[in-house]
Design a protein around this ligand. Sequence first.
Ligand SMILES: NC(=O)c1ccc[n+]([C@@H]2O[C@H](COP(=O)([O-])OP(=O)(O)OC[C@H]3O[C@@H](n4cnc5c(N)ncnc54)[C@H](OP(=O)(O)O)[C@@H]3O)[C@@H](O)[C@H]2O)c1
Length: 246
Amino acid sequence: MAGGTGVVGRHTVTAARDAGHDVVVLSRSAGVDVLTGVGLAGALQGVDAVIDVTNTTTLSAAKAIEFFETATRTLLAAEEAAGVGHHVALSIVGIDGIDASYYAGKLAQERAVAAGPVPFTVARAAQFHEFAGQLLSGMRGPVAVMPKLLMRPVAAREVGAHLVRVAAGAAVGRARDLVGPRDEVLADAARRQLAFDGVRRRVLAVRLPGAYGRGLASGSLRGGADALQGEVTFDEWLRSGDHTPA
Ligand SMILES: NC(=O)c1ccc[n+]([C@@H]2O[C@H](COP(=O)([O-])OP(=O)(O)OC[C@H]3O[C@@H](n4cnc5c(N)ncnc54)[C@H](OP(=O)(O)O)[C@@H]3O)[C@@H](O)[C@H]2O)c1
């Protein structure tokens, strides 16, 4: 599990162990770096499938492309050498028309996976219920500024279980999209989360410039009618043990 210590990675590790799989976590804190390759060869011995949920936090297209291309190429070369039979990459629903900012990195990752030597499945999910909290915890001060974003968020726990099912199956190139049960506006979700946590903080929604901002606001990240749908709503997730205050 590349990125097995992250927001979705932790749930993916739990889902894989619950399904009876032996799990190896690939993360820098576990001594493995997917950019430099340090620790990868040893960690991949005897591994059947790799789920890549590594991440970098940036709005720079160049930095995102650099991270996701390098991580993917490094992982795939080590997987080929170790005889790994299935590479599963987690990407994001609805990003096709938004080849900008962070999403340029995710599209570059999808292309690198498809061009690589290991049988693969790209599995796309919508924004996690955890996403508003990830943004809130990355900002200081009494006012949090959020991009205008219309989304259909899904619980990271459900994404983790989905990724494990995908990885246990055959490599099919592209899995069905996974979205949540309801539409949400990111800033509203952030306000409800702060109110639930008893935190007094204002949330401002701003339309980001360019193709990225247009894409976020357009609703295209909600996916289509053919997507698989998670069950847990944002408000149910807020009340669940999976939510920890930002
Ligand atoms: N957040 C969302 O709403 C959302 C929605 C759909 C899809 N996704 C996708 O889901 C993936 C995971 O997102 P997340 O929010 O769960 O990420 P996250 O919480 O930021 O976790 C990132 C993980 O990557 C690992 N990592 C980072 N750099 C690494 C390196 N050089 N070598 C090895 N491991 C490294 C981190 O561990 P160490 O720091 O220990 O290295 C950590 O386990 C991303 O690809 C993202 O595009 C996210």
